[in-house]
Design a binder for this molecule. Structure first.
Ligand SMILES: [Fe+2]
Length: 298
């Protein structure tokens, strides 16, 4: 099963403190403190309507650094993405939405982290994604079936402290928010993209020590997949390397690979990945190493 969407509840232990930092700014609607005036009402007709600000300058420094550490660590170990784009903080009140679009050059994975109130008063505001069967509609078509909205679109509610990560090439958006004009009751999210895919290491081996082994394995793999079709996306592997230097069979952690010329052999390609990146011989070390290796296909 492909892993291209994650929904992780209770993601950041200090989410309540982040929420409070926002809440305090709007606690008194009549207050005129200067840090209330940082918001951009962003409206692109028939596409985006929301209120946003760069998150980097909004939250208390240490708290925000802890959040970025948590998010970056998750991106490194699960996706093999070493960095983030500068995050946005956005709130959505009555009428705010994002209509369907895809984000191609921004980064291989997008994230939405919700700081919406625990007790939600608005309606809508879900992250929506076209389902795989919608994107391959005629391949999956059966004329005996009725199909309605829910069968075409996956909607993920913006629950407090929930991280949603997805492949931003998938047409996606945010369903219209209804039911409140009050920022304190709005859909509130930190959002952006994971970037900089490269081998990410935890443990004893350094990047310089693993690079020659990985480069050779990737080179061999690229030669072998010639003729297996055209591919677009990213596939991230987890390689567990023992202190002896030998790696176990890899696991696929993240997989957004799609075949773009309708002749690709998906199963064969994935079987080949798992076979070719098993049993690699790295230098010996004092302790094991975990490598998250992203393979990019374009
Ligand atoms: Fe987007």
């Amino acid at each position: 099963m492909k892993q291209a969407v994650w929904v992780k509840d209770g993601f950041f232990p200090q989410a309540a403190a982040l929420r409070s930092a926002f809440q305090e700014r709007f606690a008194d609607p009549r207050a005129t403190r200067s840090d209330r005036f940082v918001w951009d009402y962003w409206h692109v007709p028939d596409q985006y309507t929301l209120v946003r600000t760069p998150a980097d300058h909004f939250f208390p420094t240490v708290l925000y650094r802890n959040f970025l550490r948590r998010l970056t660590a998750w991106g490194r170990s699960t996706l093999g993405c070493a960095a983030l784009t500068p995050p946005w903080l956005s709130y959505y009140v009555e009428g705010c939405e994002q209509k369907l679009h895809s984000d191609l050059p921004h980064g291989p994975w997008a994230y939405v982290f919700s700081l919406s109130p625990r007790r939600k008063k608005f309606q809508g505001g879900e992250t929506m994604l076209l389902r795989p069967q919608t994107l391959a509609y005629w391949q999956n078509f059966q004329d005996a079936q009725d199909r309605e909205y829910q069968s075409f679109v996956r909607r993920i509610p913006a629950l407090f402290n929930r991280l949603v990560v997805f492949d931003p090439r998938i047409p996606h958006g945010v369903t219209p928010v209804r039911g409140t004009h009050d920022p304190r009751e709005a859909r509130l999210v930190v959002h952006g993209w994971f970037t900089d895919p490269k081998p990410c290491l935890e443990g004893a081996l350094s990047a310089a020590k693993v690079a020659p082994v990985l480069d050779e394995a990737v080179g061999r793999f690229v030669e072998e997949i010639r003729g297996l079709g055209q591919w677009h996306g990213i596939l991230s592997l987890s390689l567990r390397v023992g202190a002896s230097g030998l790696s176990a069979k890899p696991l696929i952690l993240a997989d957004s690979l799609v075949n773009t010329d309708a002749r690709g052999e998906e199963r064969r390609l994935r079987a080949l990945v798992l076979a070719r990146f098993a049993g690699l011989r790295f230098p010996k070390a004092k302790a094991p190493t975990k490598i998250t290796l992203p393979l990019l296909f374009r």
